[in-house]
Design a protein around this ligand. Structure first.
Ligand SMILES: NC(=O)c1ccc[n+]([C@@H]2O[C@H](COP(=O)([O-])OP(=O)(O)OC[C@H]3O[C@@H](n4cnc5c(N)ncnc54)[C@H](O)[C@@H]3O)[C@@H](O)[C@H]2O)c1
Length: 365
């Protein structure tokens, strides 16, 4: 059966670029082909190519009015180009600015304040959007709430890739439940990124009976995400999300770590790194006899493609929820795909739960 997922994208930055390039890059993949970063090419009856971009919103004057296929390559986007996306016929529309651009990013993101934003709810309805994916900058609380409300009013499911808490906030999850709509989030977990590496190493230590005495995860990058995060006041939810992703592993084993013994966060903006993110990770522990030891890891990854596949799977899970009439926060996919889900579940178990979710709600024809 020919099924489609009509997707609206909020924020046409690096992550949206990797996602949209990925849909093009893998459009001819075989149903059983193994694709790095995706659980399945055919996910419960939806192939990657079944995701259709029907609307896109941004505030950058250099992106607004352009075809999405063109806008994804416009500066300050600076992620790797691995696919040339053909013209879509979908133009980027101007959304309300709210708290999406800050004093740092304003230098690279031109906003034409004289241009009126569109009516987002009307635009979503006119495009027939079914799912809205949120890729706004960290700290865009007002803008995220605005688009979450717009999704509800337009009858769309919501996939929240950023650390503003919607799926994991009871009041917001209830709003989606009341509207009969699903929400998946919050804060997308990359394929092999700093968070999963930190969780895995933490588990290794705990499996081997080692305490985590001190640990840090310092991250640098040269994309607008890192530029935006120079404004420390915007980071509260990001730090909570990244830190809880690790402390939840420790607490699940009945151990604790004091807040002053764990430091996780974005650390600096290094322009020449572009979309390459470097993570410096250290764990200090003690062996038998209280003899100290430590491990240091340096991870280098292209930031945006690293989470684009995970976002594609989250979107397909959200669509399966919509098809099945599920509403409110969708627990299993969020636990596997998000850093700050409504319920933290160990990654291997969470993956099995998603497989069971696909078997239960996936289309068989
Ligand atoms: N790269 C990853 O693996 C990863 C992982 C977890 C979370 N995230 C989060 O995903 C989000 C997107 O990341 P990115 O690298 O694409 O960032 P980006 O800065 O490249 O893109 C953000 C886009 O939003 C636009 N924007 C700003 N205000 C807006 C508004 N009010 N309405 C509509 N558009 C607006 C900007 O112009 C820009 O195009 C960030 O919050 C990031 O932290 C990314």
């Amino acid at each position: 059966m020919d099924r489609k997922i009509k997707l609206a994208v909020v924020g046409v930055g690096n992550c949206a670029s990797s996602l949209i390039q990925g849909i093009e890059y893998y459009k001819d993949a075989g149903d059983d082909e193994s694709i790095p970063g995706l659980m399945h090419a055919n996910f419960g009856g939806y192939h990657i190519r079944d995701i259709e971009i029907v609307a896109a919103f941004d505030v950058n004057a250099d992106k607004v009015g352009k075809d999405v296929a063109e806008a994804i390559y416009v500066a300050p986007n600076n992620t790797t180009v691995f696919a040339q996306v053909p013209t879509t016929g979908v133009l980027v529309q101007k959304g309300p600015r709210l708290d999406g651009v800050n004093k740092y990013t304003a230098e690279l993101v031109p906003v034409d304040d004289a241009q009126e934003p569109v009516d987002v709810v009307a635009a979503l309805k006119a495009a027939g959007a079914e799912i809205v994916v949120n890729y706004l900058p960290v700290g865009s609380t007002l803008a995220t709430e605005f688009y979450a409300n717009a999704a509800i009013e337009a009858g769309c499911g919501f996939v929240n890739c950023i650390p503003v808490f919607i799926a994991s906030n009871d009041a917001w999850a209830q709003k989606f439940a009341d509207a009969g709509l699903p929400v998946v989030g919050d804060d997308i977990k990359a394929q092999v990124g700093a968070t999963i590496l930190h969780r895995t190493l933490t588990n290794l230590f705990l499996d081997r009976g080692m305490r985590i005495d001190h640990t840090y995860q310092l991250n640098t990058g040269g994309n607008t995400d890192f530029l935006n995060m120079l404004e420390r006041e915007r980071l509260a939810d990001k730090k909570t999300s990244k830190t809880e992703a690790v402390t939840s592993m420790i607490e699940a084993r009945g151990q604790t770590i004091a807040p002053e013994d764990i430091h996780i966060g974005p650390s600096d903006y290094v322009p020449w790194q572009k979309d390459n993110k470097i993570c410096f990770l250290r764990i200090e522990s003690t062996h038998f006899g209280d003899v100290p030891m430590n491990v240091e890891v340096r991870l280098s990854v292209e930031d945006s493609p690293n989470s684009a596949g995970v976002a594609i799977d989250s979107i397909r899970c959200c669509k399966l929820a919509l098809d099945a009439g599920l509403s409110g926060a969708i627990i299993e996919p969020a636990a596997y795909f998000s850093k700050h889900p409504p319920k933290q579940i160990e990654d291997r178990e969470a993956r099995e739960l998603v497989e069971a979710y696909i078997s239960r709600y996936g289309h068989k024809d």
